[in-house]
Design a protein around this ligand. Structure first.
Ligand SMILES: Nc1ncnc2c1ncn2[C@@H]1O[C@H](COP(=O)(O)OP(=O)(O)OP(=O)(O)O)[C@@H](O)[C@H]1O
Ligand SMILES: [Mg+2]
Length: 156
């Protein structure tokens, strides 16, 4: 059974703090999709996670590079597939080799390669709480595997 858990964040600092909490439960092999409109907070969340994992350097959006990699106690691969025109670009770029049991994979704009990607453990959906561009965001976690369920249980 899929589990869901939602949070409201009032500003980017609260999203960073939520992501730091989440970083405590991340494990090698986790596959996470981050979904939501442009500017909804996906990269901000990854930035908070990386801080939580002890990475002090710059966490850049991979919107142009497509992928940023961080090698800590384990490797974290952060993708942004917004610029993909078809799902076949995932294989073409050689990205499938990164989905394994040892790396953490975080994928923004997964829908651009949905047919090429395995089922993630978790999807984190980011939505604006208001239409007027203010700072409120809804951050909703949904599990798709038993590992994802475990993550949600640990976050409650
Ligand atoms: N509650 C909030 N949570 C996260 N970011 C917020 C929040 N309120 C305001 N912001 C701002 O919104 C922007 C979010 O940008 P971010 O790059 O994280 O979005 P994104 O979802 O990764 O967008 P893209 O699809 O373009 O990659 C930042 O400028 C951030 O400071
Ligand atoms: Mg982003």
């Amino acid at each position: 059974m899929a589990k869901e858990l939602s949070f409201l964040t009032n500003n980017s600092d609260e999203t960073l703090a939520l992501a730091r909490r989440y970083s405590d439960i991340i494990c090698p092999g986790d596959l996470i999709f981050l979904d939501g409109e442009l500017g909804a907070g996906k990269t901000t969340f990854v930035r908070g996670m990386m801080r939580g994992l002890g990475f002090l350097g710059k966490v850049k959006s991979p919107s142009y590079s497509l992928m940023e990699q961080y090698v800590l106690n384990f490797t974290i691969n952060h993708f942004d597939l917004y610029r993909f025109k078809s799902a076949s670009e995932w294989e073409g770029a050689g990205f499938s080799e990164f989905i394994n049991k040892t790396d953490v994979n975080l994928i923004e704009w997964s829908e651009k390669a949905m047919d090429a990607l395995p089922t993630p453990d978790l999807i984190i959906f980011f939505t604006y709480t208001d239409q007027d561009g203010s700072d409120g965001r809804n951050v909703r976690f949904k599990s798709l595997t038993s590992r994802g369920e475990q993550c949600i249980d640990l976050l409650v």
